[in-house]
Design a protein around this ligand. Structure first.
Ligand code: ADP
Ligand code: SF4
Length: 688
C-alpha cells in the first residue's frame, strides 16, 4: 500500500471565519482573460479546479465600480446587481463540487485607466496613471473616501447574493487603491488617511470591518496583502511596515492571504526565481502574529514542500495560482498518491501573457486550460477511441509527445518514432539553456506518462523517411517533426536575407542548443524574433564570450516578455552582465570579421566587430516528410496530419496544444470540431 499518510496533514479541514474548508488547498485569485466578458468559460474553468479537489476556488480581481474600469482587459465586474447572475454561474459550479467560492473585490485606483467609462481616476494623492497614458488621477477627498467605502460594502453584499463564501479586501500588486493608501510613495495626505502607518492603513481597517458587518454572518472576510515590495528601503519591507501592518490588523480579517509585490515579483518565472517556494522567506513571519489562517503562494508544486510548510507553522493553506492552472487536479493526485502524475508548473508565465494580452487563459503544461467550456475539454478525461486501432506519431517534441500520450489514453496502439537519441524535442533542448531548466518538466511529465502505458512504443534514433512510414503500414500518421532556426536573417523586419560573405561565421540557436560554441572574439546576437530565446542565448553565452552585442530592431530587449512579466529583468540582467545592447537596428550584412547594421528609422549604417553572428529571427517548418507522404497516393495512409511547430512554429504551449487537439479530434466529425471553435459567448442585445 502506498504511504499516503505522509500527506494527510494537507487534507485536514481548516476553519475560516464562519466556514470550514475541506482541506488545505486554496486556489488564490488569479486572472484568466475571461472575467465578465466570458462568464460561462470562466465558470467552467473554476469548476474544474473544484472538481480537482481545491477547497477554495477564487475569482480574478473583481472591479467594484465604474471608476475601477480595467477595459480592455477581461477581469471580473460587480458594478451593480446586473453582474450577479454571471458570477452565480461560478459559485454554483464550485459549490456543486464541494469547494468554497472566494471573490477578490478590487478598486484599482490609478492602475485603472477607465477607458470604457471615462470616469474619474482616483488615488490617495494627485498622480499620473501607473501606465503610460496621458491622464492623471485625482486625490480623493473625504466624500470620495465615503463613497468608495459604500461601493465596497455594496459589492460585498452583491458578492454574498452571488453565492460567494469568502470576500476579499485586496491590497497588493501595486494595483489597488487600498495598497496605494498604505504606501507613502503614493500617499502624501495630511488628514487622518495619511502620515502615520495607522492613518495609512485606516481605510483597510474600515473596509475589513465594514465587509464583516455587511456579510460576516455567513461569509469569511479575507485580506490579501503584499508584505514586501522587494524594493528594499524604497518600498514596503516585510521586516518593517509589512510586519507592523500584520501586527496592527492581526485579528481583523478571518484569513490572511499574503504575498510579495508587484505582480512581476509575485508571479516570478523560473528563469529568474528558479526555486519553488521562493516567497516563503518574506511571508514566514505572518503566522506568528495572528491566530487567523494564513495562505501563501510561490509556485508551490511539491507535496513534500507543502507538508513541510504546514508542519513548520508557516501556512495553514497551500495557495496556488499557477500550479492550479498547470494541474487543476493537483490536490486529488496527492490525495490518491499519484504524485508522479502531477503536471508541474514550469514557471513560464504563458498563462499570464493571456491576461496581459486580454484573451482567455492558456498554459504550456495544461492544454485544456481555457478550453473547458468552449471545447468541452477536461484535463483528466478524454473520449475513448472509435473504429481505428493504431497510430504513428513521428517526432517526440512537445507536440508529438502530447499527441502520443493522449492517443494512447484514448486506447489506440501508438508508435512514436524520434530521430534523435532523447525524447522531448525543443522542450529538452531549450531547457539546456541558462534559466530554462524547469522547462524540461514539459517532456518529463509526458515521458513518465508514456512509460506507464503498455500501448505506446517509443523508438529513438529512428529518423523516418516516407518509405519507412509506408513500410510500417500504420494508416494513421501524425507528423510532429518541428522547425529549425533560419541562418539567413529573414524575419519580421526584413523579408530578404542579409548579405553574407562568410557563412562559417554564422551560428543558429539550434547549434547552441546542440552544444556548439561560438568562435573566440566578438559575438553579435541579432534578435528579430523579439520573444524570449535571443535574450536567453545572450545570458547563456555571456559566461563563455566576454564580448556580446545584442542587436534588435525592437525598442527594448525581448519585447514579447512584457507579457510574461520578465522584460525588465531580462534587460537589467543583460546590462549587468556587460552585454552591449543596440535597439532600433536591423542587420544587413556580415563578413568574416564584422557586420553591418542600420538604424530602422534613418537607414544610417554602423559597423560592429563580429567573429560570430547568431541570428534569432524565424524558423523553417520541417514539413518535408509530411509533404512527401501527402504526395504519395499509394502510401496506404488514411489520416495524415501535420502538428506542432512543423505546422505552425510558435510557443511550446502552442505545440502541446496542437498535439492535444490532434489526438482529441482524431476520428471526430470535422463539423463537430468546427462547432467547438465557434462556441462563443454572444453579447445580449437586450438593453439592461
Ligand atoms: P514540436 O515543438 O512541434 O514538438 P520539436 O522541434 O520540439 O517540435 O520536435 C520535433 C522532433 O521531431 C524533434 O525531436 C526531431 O528530432 C524529430 N524529427 C524530425 N524529423 C523527424 C523524422 N523524419 N523522423 C523522426 N523524428 C523526427
Ligand atoms: Fe505554469 Fe507556464 Fe502553465 Fe503558467 S503557463 S501555469 S507558468 S506552466
Amino acid at each position: 500500500m502506498p504511504d499516503t499518510s505522509k500527506y494527510s496533514v494537507l487534507f485536514e479541514p481548516v476553519k475560516i471565519g464562519p466556514l470550514t474548508a475541506r482541506n488545505r488547498f486554496y486556489q488564490v485569485p488569479h486572472c484568466c482573460g475571461m472575467g465578465h466578458v466570458r462568464p460561462q468559460a470562466h465558470a467552467a474553468m473554476r469548476e474544474i479546479k473544484a472538481e480537482g479537489g481545491w477547497a477554495v476556488v477564487s475569482t480574478e480581481e473583481t472591479e467594484i465600480h465604474p471608476t475601477s474600469d480595467l477595459s480592455p482587459y477581461a477581469e471580473q465586474r460587480l458594478w451593480d446587481d446586473r453582474d450577479i447572475p454571471a458570477l452565480r454561474l461560478m459559485t454554483d459550479r464550485v459549490h456543486d463540487n464541494g469547494a468554497l467560492a472566494a471573490i477578490e473585490l478590487v478598486h484599482n485606483g490609478n492602475h485603472a485607466q477607465n477607458l470604457l467609462t471615462r470616469g474619474p481616476i482616483l488615488a490617495p494623492s494627485d498622480m499620473s496613471l501607473s501606465v503610460a497614458y496621458p491622464k492623471q488621477a485625482r486625490a480623493m477627498d473625504k466624500a470620495d473616501i465615503c463613497e468608495f467605502r459604500r461601493w465596497h460594502r455594496n459589492a460585498a453584499r452583491r458578492a454574498k447574493q452571488a453565492g460567494f463564501d469568502i470576500v476579499y479586501v485586496y491590497a497588493g500588486h501595486r494595483m489597488t487603491l487600498t495598497q496605494h493608501f498604505l504606501l507613502p510613495e503614493y500617499n502624501d495626505r495630511i488628514d487622518e488617511y495619511g502620515g502615520s502607518l495607522e492613518n495609512r492603513s485606516r481605510l483597510i481597517r474600515e473596509l475589513l470591518e465594514e465587509t464583516h458587518e455587511e456579510v460576516g454572518d455567513s461569509c469569511a472576510v479575507a485580506f490579501r496583502f503584499a508584505v514586501d515590495e522587494m524594493m528594499g528601503a524604497d518600498g514596503m519591507q516585510a521586516q518593517e511596515e509589512g510586519c507592523a501592518v500584520v501586527e496592527m490588523l492581526a485579528e481583523v480579517p478571518d484569513l490572511w492571504d499574503v504575498n510579495v509585490s508587484d505582480w512581476t515579483n509575485d508571479s516570478a518565472t523560473t528563469r529568474y526565481e528558479p526555486n519553488d517556494g521562493y516567497q516563503t522567506p518574506y511571508i514566514e513571519f505572518v503566522k506568528q502574529l495572528t491566530s487567523k489562517p494564513v495562505v501563501a503562494v510561490g509556485r508551490l508544486n511539491s507535496p513534500d514542500m507543502m507538508v513541510s510548510m504546514v508542519k513548520r507553522g508557516i501556512v495553514d493553506f497551500i495557495g496556488a495560482a499557477r500550479p492550479s492552472i498547470a494541474d487543476p487536479f493537483l490536490p486529488e493526485k496527492i490525495r490518491t498518491d499519484r504524485i508522479e502524475e502531477i503536471r508541474e508548473c514550469i514557471g513560464c508565465n504563458i498563462c499570464v501573457s493571456s491576461d496581459t494580452l486580454g484573451v482567455p487563459i492558456r498554459c504550456t503544461q495544461n492544454p485544456t486550460m481555457g478550453e473547458e467550456w468552449r471545447r468541452g475539454w477536461h484535463p483528466e478525461k478524454i473520449d475513448p477511441k472509435k473504429d481505428q486501432d493504431a497510430a504513428l506519431v513521428v517526432g517526440a517534441g512537445p507536440a508529438g509527445l502530447e499527441c502520443a500520450v493522449q492517443l494512447a489514453k484514448r486506447g489506440y496502439q501508438v508508435t512514436l518514432a524520434e530521430a534523435g537519441n532523447t525524447l522531448g524535442g525543443r522542450a529538452v533542448r531549450e531547457a539546456r539553456l541558462t534559466g530554462l531548466a524547469a522547462w524540461r518538466r514539459v517532456a518529463d511529465h509526458r515521458i513518465y506518462d508514456l512509460q506507464q502505458r503498455a500501448n505506446i512504443e517509443a523508438f529513438l534514433d529512428s529518423r523516418m523517411s516516407a518509405a519507412d512510414v509506408t513500410e510500417l503500414g500504420i494508416s494513421n500518421v501524425f507528423v510532429a517533426t518541428g522547425a529549425s532556426w533560419r541562418r539567413d536573417g529573414v524575419g519580421r523586419t526584413s523579408r530578404l536575407p542579409f548579405k553574407s560573405e562568410s557563412p562559417e561565421t554564422i551560428m543558429t540557436p539550434d547549434d547552441i542548443m546542440n552544444g556548439l560554441l561560438p568562435n573566440a572574439g566578438p559575438l553579435v546576437i541579432y534578435d528579430d524574433d523579439q520573444a524570449y530565446l535571443a535574450g536567453v542565448l545572450a545570458e547563456h553565452l555571456v559566461a563563455r564570450s566576454r564580448d556580446i552585442t545584442f542587436v534588435t530592431p525592437a525598442s527594448v530587449v525581448s519585447p514579447f516578455t512584457e507579457y510574461t512579466l520578465e522584460q525588465a529583468r531580462i534587460q537589467r540582467s543583460l546590462i549587468e552582465k556587460g552585454v552591449k545592447i543596440i535597439t532600433g537596428h536591423k542587420l544587413v550584412a556580415v563578413t568574416n570579421s564584422s557586420c553591418e547594421i542600420r538604424c530602422i528609422y534613418t537607414e544610417q549604417p554602423r559597423h560592429l566587430a563580429c567573429a560570430t553572428l547568431l541570428p534569432v529571427t524565424e524558423r523553417i517548418r520541417q514539413s518535408d516528410l509530411f509533404e512527401e507522404l501527402q504526395g504519395n497516393a499509394r502510401s496506404g495512409i488514411e489520416t495524415l496530419e501535420l502538428i506542432g511547430d512543423a505546422a505552425m512554429p510558435g510557443l511550446i504551449a502552442d505545440a502541446v496544444y496542437s498535439g492535444h487537439m490532434a489526438a482529441r479530434n482524431f476520428e471526430v466529425d470535422p463539423e463537430d470540431v468546427a462547432k467547438q471553435l465557434f462556441r462563443r459567448e454572444i453579447v445580449s442585445l437586450k438593453n439592461a
